[in-house]
Ligand binder design. Structure first.
Ligand SMILES: [Zn+2]
Length: 62
């Protein structure tokens, strides 16, 4: 694999992990719940950012 592709691979794998975690949250019923403060996340926020794991007060991905 070309050296320059390493960063792209990391970014893609990171995105895949985010998708996996979002699917897992859908399965276990915590998709709309902030992973930090357990507050339900606004539906409009999730429509704009479907992979979001946390409410806008805790923007870092879990
Ligand atoms: Zn929160």
């Amino acid at each position: 694999m070309p050296e320059f592709a390493n960063e792209s691979v990391s970014a893609i794998e990171s995105s895949l992990n985010d998708v996996d975690r979002a699917l897992e949250r859908l399965r276990n019923g915590t998709y709309r719940t902030c992973q930090v403060c357990q507050t339900p996340i606004e539906e409009s926020v999730l429509v704009a950012s479907p992979l979001l794991a946390n409410c806008p007060a805790h923007p870092e991905l879990a």
